[in-house]
Write a protein that binds this ligand. Structure first.
Ligand code: MG
Length: 89
């Protein structure tokens, strides 16, 4: 079992699947707002880090739900494409 699987499982059991999608969207929106505010010096890097942590947790939650191995394969494929692109310059 992976590090956070038990908490992801408990979260899913308590609030359900739809709530996880909604929470992920909300946390992404908060990160977007924090980054925009950071660029304009309205918030410090701690605010961005806090929102990054929220999004990282929701990425973990959704990866747990959709299958961590499948997500990891998609990441590996995208990194391989990026590596090829970097080598083409
Ligand atoms: Mg947040």
């Amino acid at each position: 079992m992976k590090k956070y699987d038990s908490i992801y499982r408990a979260t899913l059991a308590k609030w359900g699947e739809e709530a996880q999608y909604d929470q992920a969207v909300e946390e992404c929106a908060e990160l977007i707002a924090a980054l925009k505010h950071f660029k304009r010096d309205k918030v410090g890097c701690e605010q961005v880090i806090d929102e990054l942590a929220d999004v990282a947790l929701m990425v973990g939650q959704l990866s747990f739900m959709f299958g961590e191995e499948r997500v990891q394969r998609a990441i590996d494929n995208k990194l391989a494409k990026l590596q090829k692109l970097l080598e083409s310059f």
